[in-house]
Design a protein around this ligand. Structure first.
Ligand SMILES: *Cc1c(COP(=O)(O)O)cnc(C)c1O
Length: 214
């Protein structure tokens, strides 16, 4: 599965984030040995435990909802934080990045799903946060992230991904004009990554397809 998935994402010039949450280190290492370096986790404690024992050149992405009081545990090493959904969180990431003398890549998470259980910023709040982000010296906003509804309706999913792509394009044309590192649209999981790639995803987050059901 890995090599065909990798080829597929590469055809779209997209990055494959291997979502290893709940999966043991042996399974992560097996994929590492095939060349995969970017892994995504959504629980801070699990991420820290894995990062402590797995190879140093793994790029760890925090993909799920992140509580402000947990930022300090991942700030020393995390490569990208996908789910930035508040000013308070971004401020804390910046503070901890400064403490660790580094810059942390972040994505702004927009709410695109019709289901209301999902985290994420509204368009207005997200654009506002994008403007405010300039004041933070040690975070780099690299793009946007979103999760489509978990529905068996490709048209709806396509529409929701289309909304995120539009937000990205609008931000790229305004606030992040002349900002080369603003380039990523993190969307697409095991069940909907093909739709996401067609809709302009540059980063898919794939767990169960790679590692088996959780
Ligand atoms: C678990 C998770 C994924 C991967 O889900 P799969 O359906 O297993 O591919 C992607 N993104 C986020 C935010 C997740 O929590």
């Amino acid at each position: 599965m890995y090599s065909s998935l990798l080829q597929e994402t590469q055809r779209y010039n997209a990055t494959l984030v291997a979502v290893s949450k709940t999966k043991p280190n042996e399974q992560i290492l097996a994929l590492y040995e095939k060349g995969q370096r970017i892994f995504g986790e959504n629980r801070v404690q699990e991420l820290v435990e894995k990062a402590n024992v797995l190879p140093n050149d793994i790029l760890w992405h925090q993909i799920g909802h992140l509580q402000t009081n947990k930022v300090k545990y991942i700030a020393p090493f995390v490569s990208c934080i996908h789910a930035v959904d508040s000013h308070k969180l971004l401020e804390e990431i910046n503070k901890q990045a400064i403490k660790n003398n580094r810059t942390i890549d972040c994505l702004l998470q927009f709410k695109i799903a019709q289901e209301d259980s999902k985290f994420g910023l509204s368009q207005v709040d997200g654009f506002q946060l994008a403007r405010e982000a300039k004041q933070f010296s040690n975070v780099r906003i690299c793009g946007v992230m979103g999760m489509a509804s978990f529905v068996d309706n490709p048209q709806q999913v396509k529409k929701e991904f289309g909304v995120l792509k539009t937000y990205f394009d609008q931000l790229k044309d305004s606030i992040f004009k002349d900002t080369p590192h603003f380039k990523d649209i993190s969307m697409g999981m095991s069940g909907d990554y093909k739709i996401a790639l067609e809709a302009g995803s540059t980063m898919v987050r794939i767990g169960s397809l790679l590692f088996g059901a959780r």
